[in-house]
Structure formats: C-alpha cells, structure tokens
Design a protein around this ligand. Structure first.
Ligand SMILES: O=C(O)CCC(=O)C(=O)O
Ligand SMILES: [Fe+2]
Length: 278
C-alpha cells in the first residue's frame, strides 16, 4: 500500500494516511516513511486509536533504531520505560505524568552530545481547545538568511545547557543538569541535505569563541528572525494522532504551562536518539 501524504498548509510538516501502527511496518513502507520524514520534517498520522506501548515503541523505531528513556524516571510508563507519560491528570494524589514538558522554544535533548534525532508523541486524550504544540521551521528560516549571515554562521559552534532556562529547578536540586555541550550552529539534514539553524532560546547559552555581547546579539538576531509568524505552525491535537518530528530541522514549544486543569491532556512520548553530531 502506498502512502497518502498531504503537506500541512504552513509549508512544513505533512499528514500521512495509509499507515496502521497496530501492525508491523513493511520494509517498503519503512523506506517511504523515512523519505517522507526527510522531506517534511514533521509527520502526523491521524486516527491511530488504541495503540499499546509496544506498538508506539515499534512505530518510533521506524525512524531510528536507538531509543532512550527520559531522565525523569517517575514519569515512565509503568509497563515500558521508553514511553514517558505527559499528563495533567492525577493518579490518586500523585501526578499521572509530566504536566508541562516544555512551554519554551527548544529542540529535544540538544543539551547532550548526542541529541534526540526525533521525538514521537501519541495523543490519548486532548482538549477541544488549548494544549497545542507549536513548531518553528528552522530549515526555511535558514534558507531565508542573507548570504552574509550564512557565511557568518558557517563553521560556528554553540554551547547548550539543560538548566539554562530552568535555573529554578536546577538550583533547588530537582534536576541534575548534564554539563554544557557543543554543537554546530547550522546542521545539515542527512536525508534532504538541507541546512537548518540549530540554536534555541531555551538551551543555547552562547556562541563559541565570540565575546559575550557579540554572542548575545547574534543569538538575539537569529531568534527574532526564526520566531516570525511565517515560520510558525500550531499543531492542534486530536485523539489518536501520532506525531513525529526531526529535532535537527524544527524547534517546538508546548503550551501546557497555562492549560486549564479541567481540560485533560494525556500523551505518550518517546525519544529516538542518535541525532547527528555534524
Ligand atoms: O506537550 C507538548 O506539547 C510538547 C512537549 C515537548 O516539548 C516534548 O514532548 O518534547
Ligand atoms: Fe520537547
């Protein structure tokens, strides 16, 4: 069966129909999915109702064989540590999951030497209104930079730090932050060959080798450019959606920080590791 791919209106990301993740994915389909992922950077698979943790892990492995559990072990799914539960529900008097996994612009696991190549979310229950995940197309944002700016960024590296915007958590000792790590400011997608900006307001501390004020100014300029409305896409969730994104091509933010607690939202999350380090 061939895939039906319908690009999102905003010019990046696509809906994919013709896949049923409750069944094993054939080799032919696997290759088509990898191709589609390299082209669109975000894939949405609607109506994947009733998947179990094994099926979500199998769906994740289509996009890369290596996976890793999240550092917050208290939010692991009880049957499968590779699945993390994001939820604003309570189980007894304890949270049923992580209530807010990141209401700030970031790229997953950029704070480690080997970042998340892709992230998959599976929607079990979502509100009619609110709880969207917002995406920013760092590939298009790179393409639109002036030649002068592209030349300026060429070869630069930047330091990333988990606790950069979460100093409260860090200082109270709730989170052990990995040490700062270095990544290229521009990364090339190994499938499409397209370049994308790889610094984010949440995790990038400074550009390596530049004086602090110059580094701050350059980052500010790049973030303002990237966060223009024309590179933005607000993903509104439906129950049964499986969504997977390429962390080297887009950045994202949750909007759950201010979600009305009476509106229940529960998603499963997996991390496909082994992000490229070039
Ligand atoms: O809950 C969301 O909308 C996204 C959370 C997030 O940043 C993630 O799962 O990586
Ligand atoms: Fe995230």
């Amino acid at each position: 069966m061939s895939l039906n791919i319908e690009p999102f209106e905003r010019g990046f990301g696509a809906y994919v129909r013709g896949v049923d993740f409750s069944k094993p994915v054939s080799d032919a389909l696997h290759d088509e999915l990898i191709d589609a992922f390299g082209t669109h950077h975000i894939l949405s698979f609607p109506d994947q109702h009733g998947l179990g943790t094994d099926e979500v892990v199998a769906a994740s492995r289509v996009f890369g064989p290596e996976m890793e559990p999240h550092v917050f072990t208290q939010y692991h799914h009880p049957d499968e540590p590779l699945v993390m539960v994001l939820s604003n529900r309570l189980k007894g008097d304890k949270p049923a999951g992580l209530k807010d996994a990141g209401s700030f612009w970031h790229s997953d696991v950029a704070y480690k030497p080997e970042p998340a190549k892709a992230t998959m979310l599976y929607a079990l229950e979502v509100p009619d209104v609110g709880g969207d995940t917002l995406f920013c197309d760092l590939t298009a944002a790179y393409d639109d930079l002036s030649d002068t700016m592209k030349a300026r960024l060429d070869g630069l590296k930047a330091w990333h730090f988990y606790a950069h915007q979460k100093r409260d958590l860090f200082e109270t000792g709730q989170v052990q932050s990995p040490p700062e790590c270095l990544h290229p400011v521009v990364r090339t997608n190994p499938i499409s060959g397209r370049k994308a900006i790889y610094i984010t307001p949440s995790y990038t501390v400074r550009i390596d080798g530049l004086p602090e004020d110059e580094s701050d100014q350059l980052m500010q300029e790049i973030f303002e450019h990237c966060l223009q409305d024309k590179y933005r896409m607000d993903y509104h969730w439906h129950t049964g959606d499986v969504l997977v994104w390429d962390n080297a091509a887009v950045m994202h933010t949750a909007t759950t920080k201010n979600l009305d607690p009476s509106k229940h939202r529960t998603l499963w999350r997996t991390i496909i590791s082994g992000g490229p380090t070039f």
